[in-house]
Design a protein around this ligand. Structure first.
Ligand SMILES: [Zn+2]
Ligand SMILES: [Zn+2]
Length: 286
């Protein structure tokens, strides 16, 4: 069994990842408008009608913005779609929402574990791990199907005990490299926002992301995605260089890529047989 995945968009203006196995398709976060999401899915080779589940890592707008519209669209087409969130994330998403059209229909909501734990969605095992962020109920996610495994860890102010272990030995990981501390310090954001971003409940810097990478890189790591890269306080080249430096030090041949805000990435595949050295060569008869 293989997992295919694609970053549909990542950054402070919206995050969404498309994950697909033979029989199950889901989104991790839905922070783009339903229209934008549908267009990007189509452009990446998918179809929004095939999305049956949305995993919500937390309730910040850049992770949930399109959920209501998308679920309403699917319901109008008599297509089932379930929204998975921790009880706290769900409570925050629905708190103070009075308009029915802005509220996720309660019958569509399914709960993720409040602490570390797993749920089964179709052919995927989803393990969630609580992380420190200024939105209660925030989780990082590891998805396993057959022998394939993918971790997604964005929106965490610091790396909590146990997270590197949860992200170790995976085929692919997508980790946050939000900001360059110097760019953040000298940039245009107001002081309180700078403090929030670099704080223990904000976002990981390139250096913090690199430290996390050092703990989880292993010979079997095939892909490394860098996500939630700030358009104001970072540059993809800086994040990529921070990651490549660790991969070089550790002798890793993992492919590294930066997830973009304004367009989807390529669809990557993990799992399945790995090419053996010498495969394709003519085998001797004796
Ligand atoms: Zn975010
Ligand atoms: Zn957030």
């Amino acid at each position: 069994m293989t997992i295919q995945y694609c970053a549909l968009g990542s950054g402070s203006r919206g995050n969404s990842f498309w994950i697909k196995t033979e029989d199950t398709q889901l989104l991790v976060d839905c922070g783009l408008s339903a229209l934008c999401l549908g267009r990007r899915l189509k452009s990446a080779g998918g179809c929004v009608d095939d999305i049956r589940h949305i995993i919500c890592t937390h309730s910040h707008r850049d992770h949930i913005y399109g959920i209501c519209e998308l679920t309403r669209q699917q319901q109008a087409k008599s297509l089932s779609v379930l929204v998975w969130a921790t009880p706290k994330a769900h409570e925050i998403a629905t708190r103070n929402v009075t308009r029915a059209d802005k509220r996720i229909s309660p019958e569509l909501v399914r709960f993720l574990p409040e602490g570390m734990g797993s749920v089964r969605i179709g052919s995927m095992d989803i393990t969630v791990f609580p992380v420190p962020h200024d939105c209660p109920g925030t989780v990082s996610v590891v998805i396993r199907s057959g022998g394939a495994s993918l971790g997604i860890a964005t929106d965490l102010g610091r790396v909590p005990t146990g997270l590197p272990e949860a992200l170790s030995n995976l085929d692919a990981v997508i980790i946050e490299m939000n900001h360059d501390p110097d760019m953040l310090r000298t940039g245009p954001y107001p002081g309180h926002l700078k403090k929030r971003i670099r704080g223990d409940f904000g976002h990981l810097s390139n250096a913090q992301g690199a430290e996390l990478l050092k703990k989880i890189v292993h010979p079997g790591l095939r892909h490394l995605g860098l996500a939630h890269i700030s358009e104001t306080n970072n540059r993809p080249e800086l994040a990529l260089e921070a990651a490549r430096s660790v991969l070089r030090q550790c002798g890793s041949s993992a492919e590294v890529f930066a997830c973009e805000q304004n367009r989807h990435g390529i669809v990557r595949t993990i799992g399945g047989p790995r090419p053996e050295p010498g495969d394709g060569a003519v085998k001797p008869l004796f």
